[in-house]
Write a protein that binds this ligand. Sequence first.
Ligand code: AMP
Length: 396
Amino acid sequence: MNVLVINCGSSSLKYQLIDSASEQVLAKGLCERIGIDGAITHQPAGKDKIKIEAAMPTHTEAIALVLEQLTHPENGVIKSLDEIAAVGHRMVHGGEKFACSALVTDEMIAAVESCNAFAPLHNPATLIGINVCRELLPGKPMVGVFDTAFHQTMPKKAFLYGLPYEYYEKHGVRRYGFHGTSHKFVAQRTAEILGKNIEDLKIIVCHLGNGASISAVNGGKCVDTSMGLTPLEGLIMGTRSGDVDPGALEFIADLEGLSVKEILTLLNKKSGVLGLSGVSSDFRDIEGAAAEGNEQAAAALEVFRYRVAKYVGSYVAAMNGVDAIAFTAGLGENDKVTRATICSYLGYLGLEIDPVANDMRGKEAIISTQDSKVKALCVPTNEELMICRETVALVK
Ligand code: AMP
């Protein structure tokens, strides 16, 4: 069956039409600048990208245009909308209400709305996508796949903050984790590549992109992850700080005269490797600057990689061992130096990187030596395919 996968942001929308039987992408694209002016980039499989400027005052026009392109006589890949069997929506925050993907119903939408406070920018955008699809594709079965769901198996000792318990009880203040669809896909694929049953494996997934998080997956279940109530906690990211002493924030606020809102903007948008390097949030730019002798850029890379290695160490403790460490997302898939440097901290585990196997980008590969006690892998993530699979499982 053909599944339309929708990833709806506040002013953009990504889509893929996937044939679930062959798991082939039939077409994919992106609507940008929704509510501003609007443009759609549409790419049917095996053909060139087509970019069309078109007014998109709201998500309704954007999704209408996506459906028009999918059925277009030249750019289209299906004859009619009847060939779309189901829609899978990428959802952000499902709180404690969603430990797995869910069929879209009025009750499901109300439950997602009750989690909006946790992700005030992202959750409402995903709900707009659902509502527009309900309007334009009436009666079509739809599924919501949550970024937080995979991490709902974390035990209390991993998800509670050292805060008064009443804030957890009253307001749901706890660690939730994000990138769950990616962590789940990569953990499953890691087991497949190793030819082992996931139930028998302890896997650490390092999702290293502009947003970065790491998870400990024991027997196929997430037992800990680095992001928290929001996607700000944990690793150092492109523009996000990751873990910081909360006391430092009052110190900076007082000295710089910043409000809480301004501090949060600083932590989300101006920190991470961008703030550290003073060069860019893009690792390629930072690596370029470091290669030319920029010491601040080199330090930013070191701080980033060291933090990942420290988290790996803590997750080895969380699982009392590790069988495999998988690298994924923009940096994890493409940057052999980052992979090798992180692994160089982990020799004590009996992890030995194979420089020849690691000398590639964007491919599935075991990058540790044959004798390495702990396996290291590069596993390109595919969140859209995971959303397609989850949708099919629920719709069937
Ligand atoms: P993502 O958010 O998963 O799309 O990842 C984006 C990040 O991956 C950016 O910071 C890129 O600089 C980084 N990235 C992509 N390709 C490479 C590469 N060949 N070498 C280093 N970093 C890369």
